[in-house]
Design a protein around this ligand. Sequence first.
Ligand SMILES: *Cc1c(COP(=O)(O)O)cnc(C)c1O
Length: 332
Amino acid sequence: MAAFGSVFMPQMAMATFENGKWSAASLVPADSMQMHPGAHVLHYSSTCFEGLKAFRHEDGSVHVFRIDQNIKRLAQSSQFLSLPAIDEAQVTKMITDIVANFASEVPAPPGSMYIRPTHIGTEAAIGKAAVPSASSMLYVLLSPVGDYFTGGAKALRLLLDETGMRCAPHMGMIKSGGNYASALGPIVKANKEVQADQILFCPNGDVQETGAANFLLIDGNEIITKGLDSSFLHGITRSSILTLAKDLGMKVTERDMTVAELIKLAAKPEVEAVLSGTAAVLTSVGTFIHNDSEYTVGSGKPGPIADKLRLALNNIQWGKAEDTHNWLTKVC
Ligand SMILES: *Cc1c(COP(=O)(O)O)cnc(C)c1O
């Protein structure tokens, strides 16, 4: 099976912003595009993206999960990066149209069609280091993906990092390319030096998130995660899981947590720690690494509550449970 996100549909949807307005959207080949080497994005990282999924139901219909939330976040990222404002209705239609166009290629569960809207500054103006790009391009790539957990779910090893940070503090809630490049150096180092799968960034002891996923702690009937502030990415999976946890009668607590408290809680045998994101929904954490010590989280293995919450979300996505929160948009 090809690596997640490495297979693409042959066409993408594209629209460009020039002279103060958006062009009509069109379908174009997805394996190349034309851009000036002096384009703003290539020098000053005026780029943001989204990640969402379309699912096939048993009756053959195809549904996109929480598209309104991803569009809202793309609009916000574009605004914070001083990119041209997106036309939310247009981008919504670009996504639903291209998914409908490739509906026959949407894998059946546990697979799905991963959707990657991307917005980049295209003005050829290398003198504009401190000036926004006047033109931009917005395109929507599709990538069919399989079961994230092929080969079985493995609990991750997380390095708790109190000295570095994932990205500049004012960039936390923007889904922007530069943030991932900024986190890569520390992650590669943690992979190599302590065989960590990911870093949980905890600047000055404040538990935030990993390079591309939110962090949640499950303590029996209570689920604890950082409250929304501008320092981290507001995951749609995070918000969906918190809603479902409430539906299931769990107590949801959004608050700050210190590394010291996290390590203490991890020692409880029933505690589970998970990462949340669109790709895998929930991934279990088995080990924390901190100051040359290793701490097993709960049983050290994927836990039953994480499984239950993931299944509750998957069942809605897969059309096997009622969509009581109206999270699905039927495209065909
Ligand atoms: C995309 C992303 C997440 C998860 O967001 P979802 O909407 O749940 O996919 C969390 N953290 C970062 C840094 C991300 O880029």
